[in-house]
Design a protein around this ligand. Structure first.
Ligand SMILES: NC(=O)c1ccc[n+]([C@@H]2O[C@H](COP(=O)([O-])OP(=O)(O)OC[C@H]3O[C@@H](n4cnc5c(N)ncnc54)[C@H](O)[C@@H]3O)[C@@H](O)[C@H]2O)c1
Length: 316
């Protein structure tokens, strides 16, 4: 059945892939974005589709539309961008959530929140199950994002309890793939761009900190499964790839894959940088029958191809 779906942050990295997939599934899409970190370029290939509409709008202001479902993704996701204007980041997470929840309540739409593994902060247990309450610094430089996303989760659950809203909360772990922003400082895009330019790969700390990386197609699949799951399953649910790599292993892999002449250099760890991050995805497996399928090598290959083309196009 065709649905009308609103995606906030739809011109961003994850949002543009989600738009693409939902259009392919035959739905009608309203993509809302203020183009802070996203670009029209990410969705330009969808613009001619009669089922697709782009609306430039900032979610910190109310929005009146008629839709069946809302995916709330609007929010800069990388530290470089969310720390650029931290007050606006908190407004986007909190006011944005209030505005989208208000809309969902008015029109009786189902609404999904793109939350984050950052709600766990620098975790003291490993891997993190959804029952873990986190270890977050409320006054640090990452707090605008971490606490903003935590408050958004609170709002989602209160709208559910107080107004019976149909909600879904996904806690997204590191995701990568084509259309990541080349200068956003996220580790995968950083390493690939540095390797392709044959300049040193910057590792913060000694590189022994671990991360798990989920390819974007796997992530899009689990968001859709969550949205389509029974109303009784609301999450929060961890969505990510539990296979762990050290940052140093990732750097070496990228150098090998690109045939780069880059060396690896080490810089001090930024404040509040988590040492380990790995999702426990038992709940997603049980409730959504989902687990990631795309291996790091396969996903990295597609991402390297994307950045290679992007850098070539920028040179021409
Ligand atoms: N990519 C990841 O690894 C990851 C991990 C955890 C959570 N998430 C969450 O997923 C969502 C999408 O992340 P992404 O990686 O695609 O980041 P992104 O920066 O590429 O996309 C975010 C989009 O939101 C838009 N936006 C920002 N502020 C806005 C506002 N006030 N009004 C309207 N639009 C606004 C941006 O222009 C951009 O298009 C975010 O909510 C992020 O917190 C992503």
């Amino acid at each position: 059945m065709q649905k009308r779906i609103l995606i906030t942050g739809g011109a961003g990295f994850l949002g543009s892939h989600l738009c693409e997939r939902l259009l392919k599934d035959g739905h009608e899409l309203l993509c809302v974005d203020n183009c802070f970190t996203g670009t029209k370029q990410n969705i330009i290939h969808l613009m001619t589709n009669p089922n697709f509409e782009f609306i430039r709008h900032d979610v910190t202001f109310p929005l009146y539309l008629e839709v069946d479902e809302i995916y709330n993704l609007a929010c800069p996701a990388s530290p470089v961008h969310y720390q650029h204007d931290p007050v606006q980041t908190t407004k986007t997470t909190v006011h944005g959530a209030i505005n989208m929840l208000g809309l969902a309540k008015r029109i009786k739409a189902k609404i999904l929140q793109a939350s984050t593994s950052e709600v766990y902060g620098d975790p003291s247990i490993h891997p993190q199950p959804e029952t873990y309450w986190g270890n977050v610094n409320p006054i640090g430089i990452r707090s605008c994002y971490d606490e903003g996303k935590r408050c958004a989760e609170t709002l989602f659950f209160d709208y559910h309890r107080q107004h019976n809203l149909r909600i879904k909360v996904a806690r997204i772990f590191n995701t990568y793939g084509p259309r990541m922003h080349p200068d956003d400082g996220r580790v995968v895009s950083n390493f690939i761009v540095q390797a392709l330019k044959n300049i040193p790969l910057t590792v913060y700390g000694d590189g022994s900190q671990t991360r798990s990386f989920c390819y974007v197609d796997d992530l899009v699949e689990v968001l859709i499964r969550l949205m389509e799951s029974p109303d009784t399953f609301i999450g929060p649910v961890n969505t990510g790839n539990p296979v762990e790599f050290t940052i140093l292993e990732l750097a070496q892999k990228v150098i090998d894959m690109t045939g780069s002449k880059s060396e690896i250099i080490f810089k001090p760890l930024p404040n509040d940088d988590p040492k380990q991050r790995k999702p426990d995805i038992t709940l997603a497996k049980k409730e959504l029958g989902w687990e990631p399928k795309i291996k790091l090598n396969e996903g990295l290959k597609k991402t390297v191809e994307y950045f290679d083309n992007l850098l070539k196009a920028n040179r021409d």
